[in-house]
Write a protein that binds this ligand. Structure first.
Ligand code: AHM
Ligand code: MG
Length: 337
């Protein structure tokens, strides 16, 4: 027997559209298409250990990284579902060298393009830890009625219309942000629907958890090393030492950061001056979500969302999470510049 109010993602997006008389519902419809792709990917992720789809595909993506089979399945699912969508003019994926323009009439007249990292944290697949799909939606800058161009995908994060992720964790959730709010929906497997479970998410202003690959510490700048010492220092009044948590899956680490507060960072280091994570597929969407929830995101100098992208697969250092923790790490990192 159902108790309480059950609001599905479909119902929620329809209700949101009705708040704006000028809204056409196209963005909402696109979000529902992405949720559909998420459900299909979720089905594969949940049976990964059973159906011999664990393991490596044997091919490499543009970054020279080995692709896992599930990466490829997730990529193909999103490309296919969004091609069938009437609201997507084209896509760019972390797994593919170039963007894909959909050629049919519906797509040529669609307002939006979608960028995605189909399966982030893929090194976690074989050990059954959280992984996720990250997506961003931009309004295209090319003319309606034509096929989309690379310029549509090279827009800064401050032009995003919406961004979100689907986390395949102990439960499957879709979290998405518009400029107005961030909301989380948990997949109810028996009815196959994402249901509103985390309305109006706010990232706590401060936190006690830091998340970084601390194994790289010796390659970090002196300022950053001193921040890590500060996190580990015993100071009862200030609630330190902080806890260190690092899954090695940005979606998993940032989902925790968003809900509980904290700091996630993948800084530049001596061997990787631009860090590891990609601006357009990982950092911008996550920055948009965290900032819509009241947190901040920086590359160390400027807001992540203000970086003008120059290429589809560019990397940036990232410091993201609770406002006070990000401000502190940036202040300490700069103090020793
Ligand atoms: P991927 O897109 O190839 O999965 O790589 C991105 C992942 C992030 O999810 C995570 O934060 C980071 O790489 C972990 O990197 P490292 O193992 O160097 O700490
Ligand atoms: Mg990734």
């Amino acid at each position: 027997m159902l108790q309480g109010q059950l609001i599905t993602l479909d119902e929620f997006t329809i209700q949101e559209t009705r708040k704006f008389p000028q809204a056409t519902g196209e963005l909402s419809s696109l979000l529902r298409d992405i949720a559909l792709a998420g459900k299909i990917i979720n089905k594969q992720v949940r049976k990964a250990g059973l159906s011999d789809i664990l393991g490596k595909q044997g091919t490499s993506n543009i970054q020279g990284e080995e692709q896992m089979k599930l990466d490829v399945i997730a990529d193909e699912t999103l490309i296919h579902v969004l091609k069938n969508s009437t609201d997507c003019a084209g896509i760019a994926s972390e797994e593919n060298d170039d963007h894909v323009s959909y050629e049919d009439t519906f797509s040529a007249n669609s307002k939006y393009v979608v960028l995605f990292d189909p399966l982030d944290g893929s090194s976690n697949i074989d050990v059954n830890a959280s992984i996720g799909t990250i997506f961003s939606i931009y309004r295209r800058v090319s003319e309606l009625g034509t096929t989309c161009t690379e310029a549509d995908f090279l827009q800064p994060g401050n032009k995003l219309m919406a961004a979100g992720y689907i986390i395949y964790g102990s439960s499957t959730m879709m979290v998405y942000a518009t400029r107005l709010s961030v909301n989380g929906f948990t997949l109810e497997p028996s009815i196959g629907e994402f249901c509103l479970s985390h309305p109006n998410i706010k990232c706590p202003e401060n936190g006690k958890i830091y998340s970084v690959n601390q194994g790289n510490m010796n390659k970090f700048s002196d300022g950053l090393k001193s921040y890590l010492e500060y996190c580990m220092e015993v100071n009862k009044e200030e609630g330190r030492p902080y806890s260190h948590r690092y899954i090695g899956s940005m979606v998993g680490d940032l989902h925790r950061t968003l809900i509980k507060g904290g700091l996630f960072m993948y800084p530049a280091d001596k061997s990787s001056p631009n860090g590891k994570l990609r601006l357009q597929y990982e950092c911008n969407p996550m920055a948009f979500i965290v900032e819509a929830a009241g947190g901040i995101a920086s590359n160390g100098d400027i807001d992540i969302l203000d970086i003008m992208p120059t290429e589809l697969h560019q990397r940036v250092p990232v410091y993201i999470g609770s406002k006070k923790m990000v401000e502190k790490v940036l202040a300490m990192a700069h103090a020793k510049d």
